[in-house]
Write a protein that binds this ligand. Structure first.
Ligand SMILES: [Zn+2]
Length: 505
């Protein structure tokens, strides 16, 4: 094919994912070392098992298996009668045993699926398998010099030496492998958001933990004609297409960026008549590009064999015994039915379990409409504006509830609550009572408003006359006078009514 002819080829992206998720357990997957290593000194959460010392024997952590079963149920996967562990052999400095314990031909979950929305359209992606394995340790390449270590970390090419921390070695990981069902980088991003939402609902995942989600993505470009109307692609077309694997992606946004770059790089190669190398590429988050790493290993390079130190695990009955909570889709539907919320409000309110729980808490104390306005619109809106997440204020739910109480009890106006108190609470960290006191926002008592109404009428005989002559503007002028006297803390609608009553009496 000439370059001229190939330029006119319409191409479509085919993307599949391997998502590595750290499972939230107290101890590591094959030993009793704590996984709470965020503030730990390097190499303090280790033992002979996770350091791979000769003769040390692994024992499976029940909590990790339970978490995996929960994930399996949530993605509607098959959980086999029996599951086994294998050794994946490769040498890497952060892998002290020189092999990784993982699962090979009998993973704990197979044939699942996950539904998600892309621009309000429902999509479903098949999940080929999800298996348990151990995380390796972590590596830091460092330059010589003075100054804090963090400022001297660099790429391997520029490093003078390398530090290895085995605290992470043995943290339970679940690797979730999808079919190549994605057709665009944006779909990948939406899928990852949904996956994280589900994992978080299950209570098996902590998104705030560093490196808790790591993604490898396969991408190839095929003739657009080869994609059927339902998005299906012939197996042989997929086999013929050269694909690259992009590693080192650690966020939803990064996934979309890496894959957009990679799709456009491959498109240019193909359209100029060149071949796409089958290789592994590294995503550089700072530059937003991918660079060639090494030729891709094949399965045989890993010499998988059974982990003889771990007997087969019978798990079929776990599916019935391990309960899972209500998941985001079900909860969204219930919110619409039970509270009469719009789809949009219900989606916002179920976006994380914390938000949904908080909404239900506030709805129970006051009423659902007020709770929806305060949680979905006011709170999430103001957080979003400040680039904050619900997790940034999850220890202040009592304060937000107190603020809603102010409004529900009619002690301050909704406008002041939203525009002054909530904003100051988020900006200064003060509690609602202090902000209300400081800003003098407490609604003026009925007596004071009544007095201000009488005064305004006494002091403005012209306006009163105009009112009696049927001039519409006069009442607004008087309302303004009363609002001024009460420092804006009276309700303008109430004042209007009180003035008319007084003027007609
Ligand atoms: Zn250990």
């Amino acid at each position: 094919m000439t370059a001229q002819a190939s330029e006119s080829r319409e191409l479509a992206a085919v993307i599949g994912l391997e998502v590595h998720v750290q499972l939230e357990t107290e101890t590591k997957i094959f030993c009793g070392c704590s996984t709470d290593v965020a503030d730990a000194e390097p190499n303090t959460h280790t033992c002979p098992v996770c350091l791979g010392l000769p003769g040390a024997l692994p024992v499976v952590n029940e909590g990790a298996v339970e978490a995996a079963v929960k994930v399996g149920k949530a993605i509607d996967a098959d959980i086999p009668e029996e599951t086994t562990f294998h050794r994946k052999n490769y040498y890497y400095p952060d892998l002290p045993k020189n092999f990784q314990i993982t699962q090979y031909d009998s993973p704990i979950c197979q044939d699942g699926e996950l539904e998600f929305s892309v621009e309000s359209e429902r999509r479903s992606v098949d999940i080929r398998r999800a298996h348990l394995e151990e995380d390796p340790g972590s590596i830091k390449h460092v330059r010589e010099g003075t100054g804090p270590l963090e400022s001297r970390t660099c790429s391997i090419e520029r490093a003078d030496y390398t530090l290895i921390d085995y605290n992470r070695a043995g943290t339970p990981l679940m690797e979730i492998v999808t079919e190549p069902d994605f057709r665009a980088p944006g779909e990948v991003r939406s899928f990852l958001e949904k996956l994280e939402e589900v994992l978080e609902y299950l209570g098996v995942f902590d998104a705030t933990r560093d490196g808790s989600l790591r993604i490898d993505a396969n991408l190839s470009m095929v003739d657009a004609d080869a994609v059927g109307e339902d998005g299906d692609i012939d197996e042989s077309v997929l086999e013929d297409a050269n694909r690259t694997e992009v590693k080192n992606i650690s966020s939803h946004k990064g996934a979309e960026q890496a894959l957009s770059f990679e799709a456009s790089r491959q498109r240019k190669l193909i359209q100029s008549g060149r071949a796409v190398e089958q290789e592994t590429r590294h995503f550089n988050e700072t530059h937003g590009n991918t660079v060639s790493m090494r030729s891709k290993e094949e399965e045989k390079d890993y010499r998988y064999f059974r982990e003889a130190d771990l007997p087969p695990l019978r798990v079929s009955h776990w599916k019935d015994e391990v309960p899972i909570p209500e998941l985001p889709d079900a909860r969204r539907e219930r919110f619409v039915a039970e509270y009469g919320l719009s789809e949009e409000a219900a989606s916002k309110l179920t976006s994380t379990k914390q938000v949904a729980d908080f909404f239900e808490d506030v709805a129970e104390r006051f009423d659902a409409d007020l709770a929806a306005t305060w949680v979905a619109d006011n709170l999430l809106g103001e957080l979003n504006y400040r680039d904050m997440a619900i997790t940034d204020i999850d220890d202040r739910f009592d304060e937000v509830t107190r603020l809603v109480e102010f409004v529900a009890e009619d002690e301050i106006t909704a406008k002041n609550a939203r525009e002054t108190v909530l904003r100051e609470m988020l900006d200064t960290g003060d509690d609602p009572d202090s902000v209300v006191d400081r800003e003098g926002l407490g609604k003026t008592s009925g007596d004071e408003v009544q007095q201000a109404v009488v005064d305004a009428i006494d002091e403005n005989p012209d306006a009163v006359e105009d009112y009696h002559n049927g001039e519409d503007g006069a009442i607004n002028f008087l309302v303004g006078q009363v609002m001024q006297k009460t420092g804006g803390s009276a309700d303008p609608g109430d004042v209007n009514g009180l003035l008319r009553e007084e003027l007609e009496s």
